[in-house]
Structure formats: structure tokens, C-alpha cells
Design a protein around this ligand. Structure first.
Ligand SMILES: Nc1nc2c(ncn2[C@@H]2O[C@H](COP(=O)(O)OP(=O)(O)OP(=O)(O)O)[C@@H](O)[C@H]2O)c(=O)[nH]1
Ligand SMILES: [Mg+2]
Length: 446
């Protein structure tokens, strides 16, 4: 991939600072170096020199570094100037470089070139942005893991397994006119099953990665007056939500950030769920269900002094089946010391008033979100998760077709679709639209 343009950008954040960095990449780097520095620096050696403008006036004295392609960040010739961190100096230097025939880089364009020149795959390129954006140590660590290729490697392993199956399928197609031999069929089914297991595990890891990046959405739901708003206040140690003994206090969706040992969460308080004729409350309830539909997990709050009522059961039965739920029996301070005799680990007795049981709830939450806090997670995005799930779906269909002996061509086509989904993750198969969306989220100069 040849880019004829030479791009330039200020790589340090706006404003004044100790140093300011300008980065240049492309075929005109040599020309820029001669113009601004008077010579091309020795590769990978810091050079202290004057920075000149086109009229030969000194703009600043600073360091420069030259990385000849292809062994540079972008794969092209790269030149970096370190100036004193004054916006005035940076602007003057930027103008001089632009006057050499360069153009301003778009957000993420350096990394995009690194991807187009095969210096990084797409998961690594995305991890660059995720590392810069990381909101916690855990998110930074997992982004770094993806950046060093841990996620890409995992996808490659899945791909290898899949290609093994495709080869097997296609060989069988060549030889068998009609039905697949029994032993061959059994072997294929075993291979499919193993692959599906490995995809499921990867989905789980990627899900944690997405939650690390975006924060898991934890929705507090339940009947009016169950103590949902009190629970939000208790968990976030704040007085964010209004609490009163009037049933139907909360109407709007209220979201508060919460960190669970480094796992970022969005704790979402909602209107109490019941039949209502009040138009404002009804709208609140509609929004509550909408939030529940988008939740990563639900805390179903039940007033222990009343016990689980038919209304609670009705709410429970309407919860999406694929979203995990913790039942929170609230107001345990009102009940004579009562042991939680339930064997369900996801049923917790708490008091949002006194804080009793809240630590247990936190522990259960971490279990529920499979958050171990250790090093296995890699940062991931929703698009990775979507692609993985699509791949899993095609593999499942292929397995079914093989099992039913319903035509090897059809099974092979499902496998091909699964492979395309994997290739989308690493960027082996992309569309311009997708690349545009990914790189436009980057900051300028990266
Ligand atoms: N004793 C006791 N009272 C509680 C507890 N949690 C909440 N309450 C009380 O229960 C009432 C309702 O609490 P809220 O937190 O407003 O309940 P909610 O579920 O948000 O109610 P809506 O917003 O109306 O749906 C308030 O009077 C709280 O003080 C608890 O753990 N123990
Ligand atoms: Mg409330």
C-alpha cells in the first residue's frame, strides 16, 4: 500500500506543556528534514539542532528523531520533532512542515497507515486508541494485552481450527458422491464442537473486554418503594437519587458510574414497575423497560418486609432471558436477624439503609460479570463481539447440517461465512466504511 501524501500533526495535547511533539510520515520526510533541520538525522538517534522556517529563521532548538520505513510506526519514513511545549512554537513549526508540501493528518491516520502497511492488525490498531482512552488500570492493562497481539492470536487460533475443518469438509466433498462416511462425519462433528467451545470462551473474554472498555450496564429494577434509589445511593456512597416513601418517586433514568475493583460499571436506577395511568410515570416505566432490555445485568430489588409478591414474579418473568439477574432482598434491617437460607448465590439479603449485605452483593456482582480482576482479559469492542457471535452462529449451523447429512456444500458455505466474520475482526476483510468509523474515533497525531 503506497500513500503518496506526507502527513503531519501535532501529537501532544493542545495547550502549553514541557514538550510538544510534531510527527511527520510519508515520502517527503527527507525533504522536510533538510528544510527544517538542514540535514537528515541518523536513524533512531536523537539530534539536537535548530528548527528553521522556510525563511531561514530559527523557530526553536529541540530534538528530532528519524525512523526510516519500513521499520517505523507507520511503515513509512517517520520524523518526529520535540519542541518546547508552546502552542506558538508548535503552530509555527507545523506551518513550516505544511509549507514543505505535507498535509494535516486526519484523526488516527498514522495508525491507519500502520494497519494498511501491515505493521498492526485491526485489533491492535483499535487497542492503541483503547489504551489512550483507558479509564482504569485494568482497562489499560487489557488494552496493552490486545496491543501486543493477544486477542489477534486467539482469533488466529480459531481461524486455524476452522480452516482445518474446511479442508476436511472439502476433501470429503471431492470423494463422497452422496452421504458422508460415518467415521468422517463423527470426526467433523467433534471438530465443530471443540471449535464452538473455543469460540464461546473467546466471546466470554471479549465480553469482559467490552465491559472494561465501556463499563457494564447494571440496571436496578423492581416495584415502587422496593428501595432501588436507596440501593443506588448506597452502592455509590452518594445521595444522587431522590428517596421518599412515596411509591413512584423515580421517573427518569439515573446513571451513576461505579468502579468494582477496577471494573467500571454504570449503575442505572429506574422507575418502579407497576400498572400506571399517570402519563409521566408511564413514560418512566417505558424507559425502565428499555434500560432493562439493554442491560448487561439486572438487580431485581424486592422489599423483604413484603416478601416476593405476584407482582415481583410478573416482573421477573418479563426480564430478558439472556441477561443475568441478581435478586436483592432489601430492607433486611426490618426483619429479625434472618439467615439467607437460599442456596442460590445470586439471591442476596441487604439493607440499603444500613449497608448490611452490600459487600456480599459486590462479590456476587463480580462473579456474575465473570470479573476475576486478573490478566486473562483483552480489550474488545462491540463489533468484535458481534462478529464472534456471528461466527459462532455459522459454525453451529454448519455442525447441524453435517449432523443431518444435509449437504456438505451448505456446511462448507456456513464455514466460509464464519471465516469472513473472523477476518472482519483482524481486518483481513474490511470495508472502507468500517475503517473510516474505527479510525475517526482516534485522536489527531496518533
Ligand atoms: N428500613 C429500610 N427502609 C428502606 C431501605 N431501603 C429503602 N428504604 C425506604 O423505602 C422507601 C422507598 O425507598 P426508595 O429508595 O425511594 O425506593 P424506590 O424503589 O426507588 O422507589 P420508587 O422510586 O418509587 O420506585 C424510602 O422511605 C426508604 O427510606 C432499607 O434497606 N431499610
Ligand atoms: Mg426510586
Amino acid at each position: 500500500m503506497i500513500n503518496r501524501d506526507t502527513i503531519v500533526a501535532i501529537a501532544t495535547p493542545p495547550g502549553r506543556g514541557g514538550v510538544g511533539i510534531i510527527r511527520v510520515s510519508g515520502p517527503h520526510v527527507g525533504h522536510v528534514a533538510i528544510t527544517v533541520l538542514g540535514k537528515l538525522p541518523t536513524p533512531r538517534m536523537a539530534l539536537l539542532s535548530h528548527f528553521w522556517d522556510l525563511q531561514g529563521e530559527t523557530i526553536d532548538i529541540g530534538l528530532s528523531l528519524f525512523f526510516p520505513g519500513p521499520n517505523s510506526y507507520t511503515g513509512e519514513d517517520v520524523l518526529e520533532f520535540q519542541t518546547h511545549g508552546s502552542p506558538i512554537i508548535l503552530d509555527q513549526l507545523l506551518k513550516s512542515v505544511l509549507d514543505c508540501g505535507c498535509r494535516l493528518a486526519r484523526p488516527g491516520e498514522f495508525t491507519e497507515r500502520a494497519f494498511l502497511n501491515s505493521r498492526l492488525d485491526l485489533t491492535q490498531a483499535e487497542a492503541v486508541a483503547d489504551l489512550i482512552d483507558a479509564g482504569s488500570v485494568a482497562a489499560a492493562k487489557s488494552a496493552l494485552r490486545s496491543l501486543t497481539g493477544a486477542f489477534a492470536e486467539r482469533i488466529e487460533q480459531l481461524l486455524e481450527q476452522l480452516i482445518g475443518i474446511r479442508t476436511h469438509l472439502e476433501a470429503s466433498m471431492d470423494f463422497a458422491d452422496e452421504a458422508l462416511e460415518l467415521s468422517s462425519q463423527a470426526q467433523l462433528i467433534r471438530q465443530f464442537a471443540t471449535l464452538r467451545e473455543h469460540i464461546d470462551l473467546t466471546v466470554q473474554r471479549a465480553q469482559q473486554g467490552v465491559q472494561l472498555k465501556e463499563g457494564a450496564r447494571l440496571v436496578i429494577a423492581g416495584q415502587p418503594n422496593a428501595g432501588k434509589s436507596s440501593l443506588l445511593n448506597c452502592l455509590t456512597d452518594s445521595q444522587t437519587a431522590i428517596v421518599t416513601d412515596v411509591a413512584g418517586t423515580t421517573r427518569d433514568i439515573l446513571s451513576q458510574p461505579l468502579s468494582l475493583d477496577g471494573l467500571p460499571l454504570h449503575l442505572i436506577d429506574t422507575a418502579g414497575l407497576r400498572e400506571s395511568t399517570d402519563p409521566v410515570e408511564s413514560e418512566g416505566i417505558r424507559r425502565a423497560w428499555q434500560a432493562i432490555a439493554q442491560a448487561d445485568a439486572v438487580l431485581l430489588v424486592i422489599d423483604l418486609t413484603k416478601g416476593e409478591q405476584s407482582e415481583d414474579q410478573k416482573i421477573r418473568s418479563r426480564l430478558p432471558t439472556d441477561v443475568p439477574v441478581i435478586t436483592v432482598m432489601n430492607k433486611c434491617d426490618q426483619i429479625s436477624p434472618q439467615k439467607n437460607t437460599s442456596t442460590d448465590p445470586y439471591l442476596v439479603y441487604v439493607s440499603a439503609l444500613t449497608g448490611e449485605g452490600i459487600d456480599t452483593l459486590r462479590t456476587r456482582l463480580k462473579d456474575l460479570l465473570h470479573y476475576s480482576g486478573e490478566d486473562a482479559v483483552f480489550i474488545a469492542r462491540r463489533r468484535h463481539l458481534d462478529a464472534l457471535k456471528r461466527a459462532a452462529h455459522h459454525v453451529e449451523k454448519a455442525q447441524q447440517l453435517t449432523q443431518d447429512n444435509a449437504g456438505l456444500e451448505l456446511a462448507a458455505e456456513e464455514c466460509r461465512q464464519a471465516q469472513l466474520a473472523f477476518d472482519e475482526i483482524t481486518g483481513r476483510f474490511t470495508t472502507e466504511d468500517l475503517l473510516g468509523r474505527i479510525f475517526s474515533d482516534f485522536c489527531i497525531g496518533k
